[in-house]
Write a protein that binds this ligand. Structure first.
Ligand SMILES: Cc1ncc(C[n+]2csc(CCOP(=O)(O)OP(=O)(O)O)c2C)c(N)n1
Ligand SMILES: [Mg+2]
Length: 333
């Protein structure tokens, strides 16, 4: 796909490129350094899925709430979470966003209302709904965004949460990243043939839209439309994006050789990479744009190296702080 870039969309396209490039470069660096054995927690990378957090970053406001899953690095960064604190958390250091006690799957940055991620599939969904209820009760214009995978719709709490949001017309935006798999199980062995996740949610009284994560500009329009509606008070909204994780479910390697999916399928999705497509489209513009992209990459890569340096040189948490409440240390009682 070649994106038609004109001057109206140039700034936006560069912003989206920067968001996607930054998220991927952070995750690639984690993958690169992971075998060194100094990041001692499991990591679930979202390389290949960057377009959705990128459009989220360009659409959402700092005052809005967000919660996410075990695969939450990209969402934390997209919400404006502190990069140094995230990398330090993955290294288990006291300077981490959860004081080094949570690791990759427990990221919090209350400065930007990124309210947490969880290792338990489906666990953060009712928390996000509760945050939407609090905004409604307080009469603020905040919305609550709940990231979830296709596997999480198989948890009972998902249905309770969607139902409650619909009944109470809560300002909650569900963002489902459908990457076709729950660990090694494809949707075909988990759901009846032909069932659409979004259609099922629509039947519960919630407005829906579906999009392709391979088309970053179209995804941005869907995200903007959904955010506008939820903020205007029309109740919950469910967005489902098709996407694909390139690496293994958990860890830094590729796993197309172990039998649950094929190299052909992986290559098909890789060929639709929205980051590469946008880079090609932007590079076709003027040489000034190409230079801008190169300069942007240099700045982002420096930022990432500095974050790893920060994490590597930080200290481990003290034993005396083992039971200190992480939310309280970030100012929430
Ligand atoms: C309640 C619960 N059941 C099972 C697991 C094991 N588990 C961890 S991640 C995962 C897959 C979740 O799939 P999905 O929601 O599609 O997210 P993805 O990993 O594809 O991003 C499972 C089953 C868990 N952590 N929690
Ligand atoms: Mg999945």
């Amino acid at each position: 796909m070649v994106y038609p870039i004109n001057t109206m969309t140039m700034e936006n396209s560069l912003n989206l490129f920067r968001q996607m490039y930054r998220i991927r470069a952070v995750e690639e660096e984690i993958a690169h350094r992971y075998p060194q054995g100094r990041m001692r927690c499991p990591v679930h990378l979202s390389i290949g899925q960057e377009s959705i957090p990128a459009v989220f970053a360009e659409t959402i406001s700092k005052r809005d709430f967000a919660v996410s899953t075990h695969r939450g690095h990209a969402h934390y960064l997209a919400k404006g979470g502190n990069l140094n604190a995230m990398i330090a958390e993955i290294y288990g250091k006291a300077t981490g966003c959860s004081k080094g006690k949570g690791g990759s799957m427990h990221l919090i940055d209350l400065n930007v209302n990124f309210m947490g991620t969880s290792a338990i599939v489906g666990n953060s969904i009712p928390v996000g709904v509760g945050l939407a209820l609090s905004a409604q009760l307080k009469g603020t214009d905040q919305i609550s965004c709940v990231f979830l995978g296709d596997g999480a719709i198989e948890e009972g709490v998902f249905y309770e949460s969607v139902n409650f949001s619909a009944v109470r017309k809560l300002p909650v935006l569900f963002i489902c990243e459908n990457n076709l798999y729950s660990v090694y199980s494809p949707l075909s062995v988990r759901q009846p043939q032909g069932r659409s996740i979004a259609k099922m949610v629509e039947a519960m009284g919630v407005e829906i839209a579906t999009g392709s994560g391979s088309d970053v500009l179209a995804s941005q329009q869907l995200m903007q439309q959904a955010v506008n509606k939820v903020r205007a008070g029309s109740g919950p909204y469910f967005l489902e994006f098709s996407t694909y994780r390139w690496r293994e479910h958990c860890g830094h390697s590729f796993d197309n050789d172990i039998g649950y999916r094929t190299q052909e399928e992986f290559l098909e999705w890789q060929a639709k990479d929205s980051l590469l497509q946008l880079e090609i489209s932007l590079s076709k513009e003027t040489s000034t744009v190409s230079q801008q992209l190169d300069a942007l990459k240099v700045v982002v890569n420096q930022e990432i190296q500095a974050a790893f340096e920060f994490a590597e040189t930080s200290g481990f948490p003290l034993q005396s702080e083992a039971y200190q409440d992480v939310y309280a240390t970030q100012g929430l009682s």
